[in-house]
Design a protein around this ligand. Structure first.
Ligand code: AGP
Length: 620
């Protein structure tokens, strides 16, 4: 939540920062602001609303020339999204400007202390307090100037409770941008004669692909020609450099109306990429980033999958594959609830944490808890170098490429594929499947990019029905077995994009309550299990469809191509390619993504930046 950019180099900082913010706007879009150092002063501008409001204001203001600066796009925590609460925030002397991502939990105490000491606090934010705390720290140093802002930042961070990425500039230390992080993301981009600080590499990828991870409780000081990273205690930090493995174009809309439509269309490629390099020359599965030894994996007798939102739905589906292929009991928990449920964990419990961003704080905290209890943690993540993989024992990257739209699409499909690969690897190590059986499933997975492509080619009727239903107040989703999490995911997509009441149910539960919701005309989307391989469940779902139709529901049926038994009960039939039951979520989810995207577009919503949401949820 919140996107942060800092720049020190030879270019006009304002241009670099605004361009960076445009790449980070998916992280928060309540308000935006920039600050630039020039002529011994800090100049800033900030506006409530989307980045466009800020750029319009900048176009009306005197030019902000200077080669050192910072910027912020906000998802509000403390204080409403107004101009005064937008970042950056300044100190009383207006030398220092600060931007922040996170929540400072001892906000009330610090505010009282600062006010008692005579500071004038002019916003409702926790962030502004940092500007005043830095002001006092810098003033307390013998010689404000070179190096003092980083020292002040280290001292201030030690007084803060909570989560934060902070980036600050001081007009008296004009060549420097300082960043700090605890539990929120911050990376350095290393250019030639210029350096960057950002919440995400997307902010600087058009300038450099060379990046450095900033660890927990570290402060980075960037200048045009140097990067220095220290721990909060002032000692030099060990840092890890990496090269960003995607191009700037990957984070562009490339002619699509929305990032979401582009990311939906990219799914065949993303699924294929998630499978690249997973076998050795002999055809045996290998996971080179895994970092867990086969001996450790052989001992695993229980698996807990932890995730939030869409990633949680991927986990719910993965459970079926894990239990079926590995014969290991698998529990799937919402990461935000995990710590508070007194989970029974042992040294032979494997925790799998699924997260697109790798920064979701609920998931990160759950990972920490599991590791404190001596569990092994394997993360399934998309963003290289993010916090969750850094803090896990092993990682399997999903290789989906940048996902910019707030609603997760290609990340979900690649999470599924990656979890399946992990399950097959465990089956290989624990000997619960023959090599030939693993090969068969791998072949099924390799056929999935083609199957997803097929689905994408026939989305016309889905778009049509989405537009017809744009004025409906509610849509229900039903499914069974792996189709149940697909129904949950379809409902989540519709809630977040179309702001409609949408619920996913296990179809078997219908008669236990939800059927009372059915009334004439209510749209119900039903994911039907394959008729041959899941004949019993298939027939039960067909009966459910008849039951809801008898009560007047309008049925949108997602069923395997050629499923004659169900076709007659569909007001709208969406045909899916014939795939094995465990693969069905990979094809059945796609029409539901398209449905939500189209419906939201028909309602005139901003599909990529739905209200109240942010892509990366870095507060608990
Ligand atoms: C999905 O459309 C959502 N925006 C959201 O549920 C998301 O999946 C969740 O916040 C988890 O994010 P993560 O995968 O980055 O951890």
């Amino acid at each position: 939540m919140c996107g942060i950019v800092g720049y020190a180099g030879a270019r006009q900082a304002l241009d670099v920062v605004v361009e960076g913010l445009s790449k980070l706007e998916y992280r928060g879009y309540d308000s935006a602001g920039v600050a630039v150092l020039a002529d011994g002063k800090v100049a800033w501008e900030k506006r409530a609303g989307k980045l466009a409001n800020l750029t319009a204001a900048l176009a009306q203001s005197p030019p902000m020339a200077g080669t050192v600066g910072l910027g912020h796009t906000r998802w509000a925590t403390h204080g409403a999204p107004t101009d005064p609460n937008a970042h950056p925030h300044t100190d009383c002397g207006e030398h220092i400007a600060v931007v922040h991502n996170g929540i400072i939990e001892n906000f009330a105490d610090l505010r009282a202390q600062l006010q008692a000491a005579g500071h004038v606090i002019s916003s409702d934010t926790d962030t502004e307090l940092v500007a005043h705390l830095l002001e006092d720290e810098v003033a307390g140093q013998s010689a404000p100037g070179a190096g003092s802002l980083a020292a002040a930042m280290r001292a201030v961070c030690q007084r803060l409770d909570g989560t934060f990425t902070l980036v600050a500039v001081d007009a008296r230390d004009p060549d420097v941008v300082v960043g700090a992080r605890r539990n929120s993301p911050l990376v350095v981009g290393r250019g030639h004669g210029e350096n960057f600080l950002a919440s995400d590499v997307a902010a600087f990828i058009s300038f450099t692909k060379q990046a450095t991870e900033i660890g927990q409780d570290q402060v980075a000081e960037i200048r045009a020609d140097s990067v220095t990273v220290t721990n909060f205690d002032g000692t030099l930090a060990q840092v890890r450099d990496f090269v960003v493995d995607w191009d700037a174009e990957a984070a562009e809309k490339a002619g699509f109306k929305w990032f979401m439509t582009k990311e939906i269309a990219e799914q065949p490629r993303a699924v294929a990429d998630a499978l690249v390099g997973r076998t050795d020359a002999a055809g045996r599965l290998m996971l080179d980033e895994m970092r867990l030894t086969d001996d450790e994996l052989r001992q695993v007798d229980k698996i807990i999958v932890l995730a939030c939102g869409t990633a949680y739905h991927a986990g719910l589906i993965a459970k079926y594959a894990i239990e079926h292929w590995c014969n290991i009991p698998c529990d799937v928990q919402l990461a935000s609830e995990f710590r508070y449920s007194e989970p029974i964990l042992t040294r032979t419990t494997l925790v799998i944490a699924i997260s697109q961003s790798g920064e979701t704080l609920d998931t990160l905290m759950a990972v920490r808890h599991a590791r404190e209890q001596h569990c092994r943690v394997l993360s399934v993540c998309n963003v290289r170098g993010s916090s969750i993989p850094r803090e896990s024992d092993g990682v399997v990257y999903t290789h989906a490429g940048p996902e910019i739209a707030v609603a997760s699409t290609k990340a979900f499909l690649t999470q599924l594929v990656s979890c399946y690969v992990v399950a097959l690897y465990l089956a290989q190590v624990q000997g619960t499947m023959f090599a030939s059986e693993i090969d068969t499933v791998l072949d099924q997975l390799r056929a999935m990019p083609g199957a997803v492509e097929e689905v994408l080619e026939v989305m016309g009727p889905v778009r049509e029905v989405a537009r017809e239903l744009a004025a409906e107040p509610c849509v229900l989703f039903l499914g069974r077995h792996v189709g149940h999490p697909v129904a949950l995911e379809g409902a989540l997509k519709l809630k977040e994009l179309a702001y409609m009441h949408a619920e996913g149910f296990a179809a078997g539960e219908l008669k236990h309550g939800p059927i009372a919701l059915i009334e004439p005309g209510l749209p119900v989307a039903v994911v039907v299990p394959p008729p041959k391989d899941m004949a019993v469940l298939h027939d039960k779902v067909v009966s459910n469809i008849q039951e809801i139709r008898a009560r007047g529901a309008r049925t949108i049926v997602l069923a395997e191509r050629g499923d004659a038994k169900v076709a007659q009960f569909a007001d709208t039939l969406i045909e899916l390619p014939v795939v094995p039951p465990l693969m069905q979520p990979l094809v059945a989810t796609v029409p539901l993504q398209v449905f939500a995207c189209e419906l939201a577009d028909a309602k005139g919503h901003d599909v990529d930046q739905p209200r109240n949401l942010a892509k990366s949820v870095t507060v608990e």
